[in-house]
Write a new protein. Structure first.
Length: 182
């Protein structure tokens, strides 16, 4: 009888421990206590999500990533944050921040294991951002040249108008001289 009660108590506590473990696996109580665990995503899938995500989802993800980029072993978070801040906008400051994050990722990746898809994606994303910044520089230079061209065109038109006025004056003077000469 005592043995059966003992076995029942042991079974009861094993079930409790099993349920608590199962609940812990599904709800991640560490995250609820303030410890941020970096989430693992495929790099291309994360990029696709970042492009399609709702603004409130992006803000939540930004907060999560900002909190997790300094955690050891969360190097992928640096790439995710770089993608998140630069994928949707073409702001040069955000692009530069993303490049800085990718530089930090490359430094950390040299000394710790990182998923190979993140290393490849980080290299490609760096090239895209550098090209985007170069494109923005070229675009601003083109706009400056367009303004200069417009200004030069106005000056040429003004000089042409002055030249035409001078030609008319010469014609009038020549006509007056011809009349006086007769």
């Amino acid at each position: 009888m005592k043995k059966e009660i003992y076995v029942n108590k042991v079974m009861f506590w094993l079930r409790v421990v099993g349920l608590v473990t199962l609940a812990g696996c599904t709800t991640n109580p560490l995250q609820q206590l303030g410890s941020v665990q970096p989430q693992r995503y495929d790099a291309v899938d994360y990029y696709s999500w970042a492009i399609l995500a709702q603004p409130d989802e992006v803000l939540q993800e930004l907060e999560r990533l900002e909190a997790s980029i300094n955690i050891a072993g969360a190097e992928e978070s640096l790439v995710q944050l770089a993608v998140l801040v630069s994928a949707v906008t073409t702001d040069p400051q955000q692009d530069q921040r993303a490049l800085d994050l990718l530089q930090t990722f490359e430094e950390r990746a040299a000394s710790s294991p990182v998923q190979s898809d993140y290393q490849a994606f980080a290299g490609l994303w760096r090239q895209i951002l550098e090209l985007r910044l170069q494109s923005q520089t070229v675009d601003s230079r083109i706009q400056a040249l367009e303004r200069e061209r417009t200004e030069l065109r106005k000056q040429i038109e003004a000089l042409t108008s002055i030249e035409q006025q001078l030609d008319r004056r010469e014609q009038v003077r020549d006509g007056v001289r011809d009349i006086r000469a007769q």
